[in-house]
Design a protein around this ligand. Structure first.
Ligand SMILES: [Zn+2]
Length: 250
């Protein structure tokens, strides 16, 4: 179900997933921002089935804020990795955990990178990916090293479909994950080359590496560059005389 929150960061809006077994047990993944019309629509899809829990992939404002409201209204647990700005989990899930929804067994995969608290949920060969992998546009990455590791963790694992937090379902997971990895690693080298050729500030790197990207998106690109710089520093390939993490006015 599509939440009514389209925008530059959310594409057409947040995908809320209602997932259930054959006996009528149901969970909701990512109910989205607090929105009574969307809550009614979710409960309409749940219908006569039993909503047993409300899950969040991560605590960003387009995914998690309605989880506690919905969960407490129905009297079921809100479930996620950790507390966030507008989310307080009743049950916390760690990497490798199993979480049952009736006869369904969800496997929890911790996938930090977009955010430190990000989880994907695997059911059979299907993965609910939140904002780790999305349809149609580029993911904002907070920690590039963690993000690349979280992509590698999912590749070649026999997945047959990705159900993202934004955009369309994909039925070619390994191709998508391979493309995501290649794209990020190419950018990583481009950022390194920009510095090697004399760029001395984040803005200069953005102008060189993201020259083809619309100017209005440069502040977003600057955040990606920042994530690449931090990884290059971790890798020992560059040094910085300022705190890269603190050097952006965002
Ligand atoms: Zn999102």
């Amino acid at each position: 179900m599509l939440a009514n929150n389209p925008g530059p960061f959310t594409g057409p809006g947040t995908n809320t997933w209602v997932l259930g077994d054959d006996s009528g047990s149901v969970t909701v993944i990512d109910p989205g921002p607090v929105d009574s019309a969307h809550a009614r629509a979710i409960m309409g899809v749940v219908g006569r089935r039993r909503l047993e829990s409300v899950l969040v992939t991560h605590t960003h404002s387009d995914h998690a804020p309605m989880a506690n409201h919905l969960a407490s209204e129905v009297g079921v647990p809100a479930v996620g990795y950790a507390p966030g700005p507008s989310f307080d989990p009743d049950i916390r899930l760690l990497d490798g955990a199993r979480f049952d929804v009736g006869a369904l067994s969800l496997q929890v995969v911790h996938t930090p990178g977009h955010s430190e608290d990000h989880l994907c949920f695997r059911v059979g060969d299907v993965l609910f990916t939140g904002d780790h992998i999305i349809g149609g546009s580029s993911v904002m990455v907070d920690d590039m090293g963690a993000y690349l590791d979280s992509l590698r963790k999912l590749k070649g694992r026999g997945l047959t479909a990705l159900h993202p937090g934004h955009g369309e379902v994909r039925d070619d997971p390994d191709t998508v994950i391979g493309w995501y990895l290649a794209h990020r690693l190419q950018r990583h080298e481009e950022v390194y080359e920009a510095i090697a050729s004399g760029c001395a500030t984040i803005d200069q790197v953005v102008e060189k590496v993201y020259a083809e990207v619309d100017f209005s998106l440069h502040p977003l690109a600057a955040r990606s560059v920042q994530a690449h710089l931090r990884l290059l520093i971790e890798e020992g390939r560059i040094a910085s005389d300022e705190d890269v993490a603190a050097s952006l006015p965002l």
